[in-house]
Design a protein around this ligand. Sequence first.
Ligand SMILES: Cc1cc2nc3c(=O)[nH]c(=O)nc-3n(C[C@H](O)[C@H](O)[C@H](O)COP(=O)(O)O)c2cc1C
Length: 398
Amino acid sequence: MNRFTGYYLAPMAELSHRALRELIEGFFAVPPSPSAGPGTVNDGERYRPVYYTEMISAPGLLARGPFEKWYLDSGPCAQRLVYQLVGADGDQLAAAAALLDRRDCLGIDINMGCAAPAITRTGAGIRWMENQDRAGRLIRTLRRITTKRLSVKIRLGPKINGGRDRNPRRFPAEEAGTPAVNGPGELPLWEPLLRFCRRLEEEGADLIALHPRTGEEKFKRRARWDYVERLRGELRIPVAGNGDIASAEEMARKAAAGPVMAGRLAVRRPWVFAQAAGLAEPPGPGPEGFRVEPPGDGAFESPPFTGGADPREETALRFLELLARHQPPEFHLSRARRFFHYYCDNFTWAEFLRNQLNREETLAGMGRIISGHCRSVEGPGPGLPVPPAAAMDGGEGL
Ligand SMILES: Cc1cc2nc3c(=O)[nH]c(=O)nc-3n(C[C@H](O)[C@H](O)[C@H](O)COP(=O)(O)O)c2cc1C
């Protein structure tokens, strides 16, 4: 029986933009390998991810700042795009949601999980989880404003034990090796979390995306997926699980139990959704002969390109081109660096390469560094020509 429930790209500031979406989509366009027989498909539209945007500031959107058009770019597949809004003021979020509702998109998400000081200081992000009534009223208002899929991205809560126990190591049930939601350690997090989510559901939320860490933990400890599973058992609406997914196999396996959202892995390996699609069972009755191409040996370590160039290099250069095409010059360097912070893990001497890229001031130069690295460190290969500087840097040159 098919139980595939959907893949999601997580909202990530400076990362979840059109260039990354196009890069990811590109891997689904790769034709089946010659060894695959007729009728073989590996890119069913239904396996393609739903894309969350990076968080968009509600006040920024309402002020119609100079960069808003880039944040609002819904390409290349608006039908699978969810805009994420962040803000502290309910009226501003409502006004921003009304603007987004008129756009072509799948859904609108409210960020109630971000724990970055720049966000929480303003009362936004995870601060919404401190007050269930305030959050509930917001979702009720938004439900009246939009018919799009309304989702909320959350964490387990701001702090363990309401902040009284500031040492996240002291989590009794986990320490004892039992799932945190089933032991004495569950109470500080589980009960308030469930009440909060039930309230969002009652007020009209269509989906909850849970990153099962507390705000205080940031990225420390492991994501507690047992909370995701338990929450799914309690709510009528779907719960997308998010956090620490490490491979296409894990993604495909987890997607049998509920929607799966991946963030950093999708930047490290932009091909991972396409790979996971090749692993999942076809959903529902497909056309006669519908088969999914299994990945070959070692497919988890390298992108499924068939061309002659080093596929990691090809992917990096393609990303730089897409970045130049779909983002304003003011964003190029910060976004390229943010991408390579994760993507460099694919290469030998990743830290060395990352440092070189961080010192580089142009996209074209970054492309040359990647290609040079592939030639000198990763071994000889035919390579790809680096696009001309004008194309890479939006006309700004080197
Ligand atoms: C660089 C970066 C930026 C992020 N920006 C956002 C954001 O804009 N909105 C949000 O809800 N979460 C944001 N997150 C959290 C991710 O959506 C996700 O919850 C987290 O990375 C855990 O998932 P992962 O282990 O698959 O990366 C960000 C995470 C990272 C690493």
